[in-house]
Design a protein around this ligand. Structure first.
Ligand code: HEM
Length: 375
């Protein structure tokens, strides 16, 4: 697969298309030395989660039961941590630990190292799917009922883990499992969000401040199906989903820029292909491509999606395309296409908001910190 991947990479690198692509190319690839873009085909994707659904459920329940006795009550400003006896975290005294920023940095470093070590996946990095895990954990939030959100990490369990929208995220959860074993004091909920922040930073994105304090919950807290967006729809649907979480139009557009990263997989969502030529490096190319490329419906047997006319190698979902069809969304797309800096600033802010939706922190906003990216 690696050789096929290299061919694909070369094709992407040398394809002359829009000015956006030409001017961005040197910067883009210079920025991503960690992840040599390598294409692994979706047939290499991990087995669908359905087989592991019940195993996950029982495993998860066992973990909750076993973990029950290992929870330690900390001071009101601290984060309850699990299984402290086996923890390597500093400050462990009589079974009570308070993880410090340095402890979280160790987790970050382990994630960053594993991202580099395990580059034989998809386009050469687990980064995009880690970000998608953090987003899907958070994007179940419902402002009105206060349910859902990243607190709980309930996607570990059926039925949530088996929701159609979460197809393929087992790859990200499995990737993080050895890290959880190495740092048992961190909750899954914090680990998933820390890893999403790490993925963005390691893929050349902006700093994303992280605030710990999420606690894991059991399967009873799984959210109902249907809370995440459906790429086959348009702007009304997007507003319905994101307003429910408390976002506005500008924030919807800023969040969507994540689609500069990663790709669609036919065995996951049914859609196919990457949105950008640099799927493991965050840039504002998503917005540039939306505006500067010509897009037409792809002629194929799969779900309705757009493809770029000039190379036929990129894709846009109907929801992506609605950002330039809607008169309130489009000016924001234009703003981010002009300035990567403005996109990065707003992307960081809106991600902090997304990742903290519904989390009952006992600490204030001043407890956020930026973890240091790898060299
Ligand atoms: C606006 C509504 C959104 C829709 C309809 C949508 C839909 C999708 C779909 C269909 C996929 C392909 C999944 C697959 O086949 O593997 C995908 C992938 C992805 N999405 Fe979104 N998404 C949305 C918003 C977001 C947001 C807010 C983020 C993050 C902030 C995000 C990050 C990603 C990433 C990084 C991938 C690539 C995953 C990979 O390469 O495995 N998406 N999205």
């Amino acid at each position: 697969m690696a050789s096929a991947g290299r061919t694909f990479t070369r094709a992407l690198r040398s394809t002359p298309t829009t000015s956006a692509i030409k001017t961005a190319a040197p910067r883009r690839f210079a920025q991503a030395p960690k992840f040599q873009a390598r294409r692994g085909y979706s047939s290499e994707a991990p087995k669908p989660s359905s087989g592991g659904g019940n195993g996950l459920l029982y495993g998860g329940i066992a973990a909750v039961l076993l973990g029950g006795g290992a929870y330690y009550t900390l001071g009101s400003k601290s984060t309850p941590v699990q299984d402290a006896k086996t923890s390597s975290a500093a400050g462990s005294k009589s079974g009570v630990i308070t993880p410090t920023k340095e402890d979280y940095q160790k987790v970050y470093d382990a994630v960053a190292k594993k991202l580099v070590d395990e580059d034989d996946y998809d386009d050469g990095s687990y980064g995009p799917v880690l970000l998608r895990l953090g987003w899907h954990a958070s994007g179940t939030y419902d402002l009105e009922t206060g349910t859902g959100g990243s607190n709980g990490a309930t996607m570990r369990f059926a039925p949530e883990g088996d929701h159609g929208a979460n197809a393929g995220l087992k790859a990200a959860r499995d990737f993080l499992e050895p890290i959880k074993e190495q740092f048992p004091w961190i909750t899954y909920s914090d680990l998933w969000i820390l890893s999403a922040c790490a993925a963005i930073q390691e893929m050349g994105g902006p700093d994303v401040p992280f605030r710990p304090g999420r606690q894991d919950k059991d399967a009873a807290f799984c959210t109902p199906d249907g809370r995440l967006p459906d790429g086959a729809q348009g702007q009304d649907h997007l507003r319905g989903i994101f307003y429910r979480m408390g976002f506005n139009d500008q924030e919807i557009v800023a969040l969507s820029g994540a689609h500069a990263l990663g790709r669609c997989h036919t065995d996951r969502s049914g859609f196919d292909g990457p949105w950008s030529f640099s799927p493991t490096t965050l840039t504002n190319d998503y917005y540039k491509l939306l505006l500067e490329e010509k897009w037409s419906w792809r002629k194929w047997q799969g779900p309705k999606q757009f493809q770029d006319v000039s190379t036929k190698s990129l894709m846009m979902l109907p929801t992506d395309m609605s950002l330039i069809q809607d008169k309130s969304f489009k000016p924001v797309v234009e703003k981010y296409a002009k300035s990567q800096e403005e996109f990065f600033d707003d992307f960081s802010k809106v991600l902090v908001k997304l990742f903290e939706l519904g989390v009952p922190f006992t600490s204030g906003e001043d407890a956020r910190f930026v973890l240091k990216r790898s060299d």
